[in-house]
Each structure stands twice: as C-alpha cells, then as structure tokens.
Design a binder for this molecule. Structure first.
Ligand code: RP5
Length: 166
C-alpha cells in the first residue's frame, strides 16, 4: 500500500536553518500534523528545488513552509514553481540579524505570493500555525486541536506579572 504523503513540507536552505525551522516542526508535532522536513537550497541545489517545487502538489503536500537566511530566495522561487500556498520564514542571519532574509522574502512581485512571517522562532512557529489553520478548513478534528492549542495558550498566561523575574 502506498504511504500517505504528509500535508506539510518544511523546506530550508541549509542545515544551519534547522535551529530555527525545528520550531515549526515542533508546533506541527504539538498539533499532530505530519510533515516532511528537507534541505532544499535555491543556490546550492537549484535542481533539487526545481524538482521538489514542481512535484510538491502531485506528491500530496498541501502547504509549504520555506525558511531561508541571507539572500533568501528559496520561498519565492518555491512559490513561483508550485500552486500550493507558501509561507516564508526569514532566518536570523549573522551578518544582518535576519533583516536581509526578511526583505528578500517579503518583497515579492505582484502575482507570486509568499506569506511572510517574522524573523526567527516566532516566524517559524506562526508559519506552522498558519499551515494548521489552512488545513483545519477541511479537517474538523484538526480545527478542534487548533482551538484546544489556543485555549491552552490563553490558560497559560498569568493575569498578573510574577515579581520573581527581575
Ligand atoms: C541560505 O544561506 C540558508 O538558508 C542559510 O540561512 C544561509 C547560510 O547557509 P550556511 O552557510 O549556514 O549553509 O541559503
């Protein structure tokens, strides 16, 4: 029997991006959403990028989360090659603190959208939550898990600040 493809692809430009992108993976884990994480570099493995993005929909993916840093062309190039929704995560680069990544990903020309998130961990987590929200539109059980995730998050926020933390 053929294996069912996971609905989410997490792609990243380098192994070094995993420290950021693992937060997307962990958020998907928390919602019991299967994913496949792959290194796909727009610059170092352009043929791999082309093959992945051209075949992503046929492979069964529904949403692509793409993280990259510096000259971060991966999300935009992936978006240009697939009809699937692409969420871009700017990785915090050493030289420019991720501002280069953010501007590279967010300034897409009209016609090829990339849903661009915040730099670093917040962006990675929110990319996963947006992917979950998209999938939840046609998956009631997942919608319930997403509601529960948010309820747990709200319940975990104290009404008043602790005086213990300086
Ligand atoms: C980008 O270049 C990657 O997305 C990564 O954020 C950045 C640096 O890559 P490494 O030199 O750490 O492999 O393509």
């Amino acid at each position: 029997m053929a294996e069912t493809s996971p609905p989410v692809a997490i792609i990243m430009g380098s192994q070094s991006d995993w420290a950021t992108m693992r937060h997307a993976a962990e958020a998907l884990d928390a919602l019991a959403i299967p994913y496949d994480a792959r290194i796909v570099s727009a610059h170092r493995t352009p043929e791999r990028l082309f093959a992945f993005a051209k075949g992503a929909k046929a492979e069964g993916f529904k949403v692509v989360i793409a993280g990259a840093g510096g000259a971060a062309h991966l999300p935009g190039m992936a978006a240009s090659l697939t009809p699937l929704p692409v969420f871009g995560v700017p990785v915090e680069s050493k030289a420019l603190s991720g501002q280069d990544s953010l501007l590279s990903i967010v300034q897409m020309p009209a016609g090829i959208p990339v849903g661009t998130l915040a730099i670093g961990r917040a962006g990675a987590v929110n990319a996963a939550l947006l992917a979950a929200a998209v999938l939840a539109l046609s998956d009631e059980k997942l919608a319930e898990r997403l509601d529960a995730y948010r309820a747990r998050q709200s319940a975990g926020i104290a009404e008043r600040p602790s005086r213990e933390d300086a």
